[in-house]
Write a protein that binds this ligand. Sequence first.
Ligand code: SF4
Ligand code: SF4
Length: 166
Amino acid sequence: MMDDKIYFIKKAYELLDRATPLTYDCGKLCGGRCCKGDGNTGMWLFPYEEDLLKNIYGFEIKDCEGNFGYKMIVCNSTCDRKTRPLACRIYPYFPMITENGYDVRADIRGISGCPVLYENIKPDYSFIRQVRKVARLFDRDDILKNYINNINSMLDEIENFAKEFV
Ligand code: SF4
Ligand code: SF4
């Protein structure tokens, strides 16, 4: 059963295997800032993703506060691109499932660290299209759909909170 569910994550990885936010290596803008963790900060895992990544060398899976019961993964600042988590593949964006269909938003959690967001650089359309396809894919599974909706509600709250201080 779980193998069936892992299909969704594997398929999402495939959709984002080659797609990157910009047409060039955005790590050149910032020295690859989002890969320079401190051993305690990690990437939030999607449902089912832990099962796929738990035995990958170089990754450590840890409990995580705030990720709706799912864990996070900590890397040692290097990885095999083929096994990088979904959070890394979509950063600094996040898929949305709305009444009108599927969409993609900037992930406000990256606003202070990622120049694509704070310099307002237009993302590559084909990347956005692939993230949107992940939204459509995950809409087929209630647990993934709920997770996406929960994260979007959280991002709404952060955005609203941030607006109060502008
Ligand atoms: S922080 Fe943003 S610009 Fe820098 S490597 Fe990560 S996604 Fe690219
Ligand atoms: S898993 Fe890979 S892509 Fe993700 S933060 Fe670590 S080094 Fe970067």
